[in-house]
Ligand binder design. Structure first.
Ligand SMILES: *[C@@H]1O[C@H](CO)[C@@H](O)[C@H](O)[C@H]1NC(C)=O
Ligand SMILES: *[C@@H]1O[C@H](CO)[C@@H](O)[C@H](O)[C@H]1NC(C)=O
Ligand SMILES: *[C@@H]1O[C@H](CO)[C@@H](O)[C@H](O)[C@H]1NC(C)=O
Ligand SMILES: *[C@@H]1O[C@H](CO)[C@@H](O)[C@H](O)[C@H]1NC(C)=O
Length: 593
């Protein structure tokens, strides 16, 4: 408090000794770095001190601050904006990094029920899943290469501009602030057709953030609900397929406010160690990413082409992670060895057991393929109708040789347009009812692997059971609604800011933009349809998110209505737990009366 009249100073100091208290404030600015934040309390405005941009702090001595607001100030200290929230001071909140114009609140995201036992760790002690109930803020201060990349994400001939720029990274979580030297570059191909670009941040100097050295931030440019991918990764995780999970973050780079993003892990050795091998890096084996060119082909068909590694053109398969300790591979054809082995084994299995419903046939496949996670992945694809992934086109998926278990498994990633119910160029007319052959009609692609797999009666029976249990336990409106509503509560205050950010972005790149509104967000979460409209939207969302889950879930429920869930999948334990519940009620009744 400033005292101007000399005579009152002593009185005021005395009063201060009796009454004054220090009030602490920490707040994240969402304006660019030409602005600072201030605290407004009792009609006084105190400038805050830059801590680690965009975080500002203040320690204010005062008799009693009970209500306050954050304000945006320009360089001369003039208030240019005031937040809409009335805040009440509390010791708890004073320890948190509050965010300008965002309510400080506790949200719990109800977990999706897990329909199956799973053998994967899905995170390790030093590489835990990201917390999903807060929104981080990431600011990168980068060199001039960033501007070049932002303005020209494609070079001549549609080549990707993947130049890296050096940056200082600041990541602000609810309670902490982290700073690193690092780099950033663009990721993906399809995602950079949009004006709101997707980035990867890498951390240098052997430093780690939550055990990570890289973070991908995905723009969600074509999703009015900003949560389809998030909910889908939760679904993969619930059924027990390891995927790169995510959390939300607001992204600012230099003076650009990019908006709300989904932060996800990159598919790398550390992630594989944590999510597949319980943290043991020595166990990480060779990993291949599958690439397909649709509709002309070639597709990564997983067909055996011979023992010559040259035949496995890097166009169809790229080696993403090599296990240099793989003695057998080193003795043979090297880094393509495991891929060749897989295609060979699968081809032999198919030839021998295609129509064979014996245990032997199942066990022969189980020896080299994780059947469970493969079918679970296919079930999630069926339910979500992802269009660029494994079943439809053999894309956005890796084939991983798990040397710990000595089998192969698939690792899916990047789930664009999931749960939108878009027909797209490849699905047939009644795709929305079809839970079995919805993905099979792609031109120039015979679906050698997926059709071959499901042609075995035991495998297709198992697919049916997984589908039936997943829709009954998890993928239905009753179960998923509270999950979706909780995410909506978490991000709602960021939605409008996010959609508007793209219009204020300084860039010469003329990428696609979807001008969604807060209303579009609310509508499309429920059953509002948002169709392409060339002046404002480049993407279709023909179903609302909840509506889609309801329709798709019910369709796949109807076709699996007769499927009996075997006891080992928890049918027994479920009825047993009901039995226990009734027993305890009876005992309670007897004790009480
Ligand atoms: C501070 O002010 C608030 C509201 O004006 C009042 O409720 C509270 O009792 C005051 N606290 C102290 C310590 O004077
Ligand atoms: C980026 O940083 C690396 C060292 O980490 C350095 O070698 C390189 O020259 C830097 N690039 C620019 C453009 O400053
Ligand atoms: C790539 O895929 C195409 C189409 O399936 C196939 O004809 C071709 O042989 C594959 N190339 C290699 C080298 O694997
Ligand atoms: C604060 O956020 C609300 C939405 O939650 C928005 O309507 C309002 O315009 C924002 N105010 C400022 C000053 O940014």
């Amino acid at each position: 408090m400033k005292i101007k009249i000399f005579g009152f100073t002593i009185v005021s100091t005395l009063l201060s000794i009796v009454n004054a208290k220090v009030y602490n404030f920490k707040a994240v600015s969402l304006s660019n770095n030409e602005y600072i934040l201030g605290v407004k309390h009792d009609d006084v405005i105190d400038q805050m001190t830059p801590a680690a941009f965009p975080l500002f702090t203040a320690q204010i001595e005062a008799d009693n601050i009970s209500n306050y607001k954050y304000v945006v100030l320009d360089q001369t200290g003039q208030v240019v904006e005031e937040e809409s929230i009335d805040r009440e001071y509390s010791e708890d909140n004073s320890n948190l990094n509050e965010v300008y114009n965002r309510t400080t609140k506790q949200i719990t995201i109800p977990e999706l029920p897990k329909p199956f036992k799973t053998s994967y760790s899905l995170g390790s002690k030093n590489f835990v899943p990201f917390p999903n109930n807060e929104i981080w803020t990431i600011h990168a201060q980068c060199d001039e290469i960033y501007d070049e990349v932002k303005n020209t994400p494609f070079l001549e001939g549609n080549l990707r501009n993947d130049k890296e720029s050096n940056c200082t990274l600041t990541i602000i979580t609810a309670e902490d602030v982290y700073q690193y030297q690092g780099t950033t570059r663009l990721v993906g191909f399809g995602s950079r057709l949009y004006k709101k670009l997707s980035w990867v941040f890498k951390i240098k100097d052997d430093k780690k953030f939550f055990g990570r050295t890289a973070l991908k931030v995905r723009s969600m440019s074509n999703d009015p609900t900003l949560m389809r991918e998030k909910v889908l990764t939760d679904l993969y995780t619930a059924v027990g397929v390891p995927v790169q999970e995510g959390t939300y973050a607001r992204v600012l780079i230099n003076n650009d406010v990019w908006g709300l993003y989904e932060v996800v892990d990159t598919l790398n050795k550390k992630w594989i160690a944590a999510y597949v091998h319980n943290g043991d890096k020595k166990m990480v084996g060779t990993n291949y990413k599958l690439f397909s060119f649709h509709p002309s082909g070639p597709y990564a068909e997983l067909k055996y082409l011979g023992d010559d590694p040259e035949l496995y053109d890097p166009v169809n398969y790229t080696v993403d992670e090599v296990d240099s300790d793989d003695v057998e591979a080193n003795k043979n054809s090297g880094k393509y060895y495991r891929l060749i082995q897989f295609t060979k084994k699968f081809g032999e299995w198919l030839e021998k057991y295609q129509d064979d419903s014996s245990d032997e046939a199942y066990e022969a496949l189980e020896k080299f393929l994780d059947i469970e996670s493969t079918l679970k992945m296919m079930v999630v694809e069926t339910l979500s109708l992802v269009k660029d992934n494994f079943w439809v086109i053999m894309g956005n998926v890796a084939l991983y040789y798990n040397k710990e278990k000595d089998y192969y498994q698939f690792l899916p990633y990047d789930f664009d347009d999931a749960m939108k119910g878009i027909k797209g160029p490849y699905l047939h007319d009644d795709y929305i009812q079809d839970c079995y052959t919805w993905a099979d009609d792609v031109p120039n692609f015979e679906h050698y692997f997926t059709k071959g797999l499901l042609s075995n009666p035991r495998i297709s029976e198992r697919y049916n059971i997984i589908l039936a249990k997943t829709v009954r336990d998890t993928f239905n409106l009753d179960t998923v609604s509270s999950h979706i509503d909780a995410y909506a509560d978490l991000i709602r205050e960021d939605v409008e800011w996010n959609f508007n950010a793209i219009d204020n972005l300084q860039t010469s790149y003329d990428g696609f933009v979807n001008h969604y509104t807060l209303n579009d967000f609310e509508d499309n979460l429920e059953s509002g349809h948002l169709l392409v409209d060339t002046t404002i939207r480049t993407d279709d969302a023909p179903y609302g998110l909840k509506e889609f889950i309801d329709i798709r879930g019910n369709n796949c429920k109807a076709v699996t209505a007769d499927v009996q869930i075997p006891e080992e999948d928890g049918a027994f334990s479920h009825s047993f737990s009901i039995f226990l519940l009734i027993l305890t009620q009876i005992l309670l009744f007897i004790t009480l009366y």
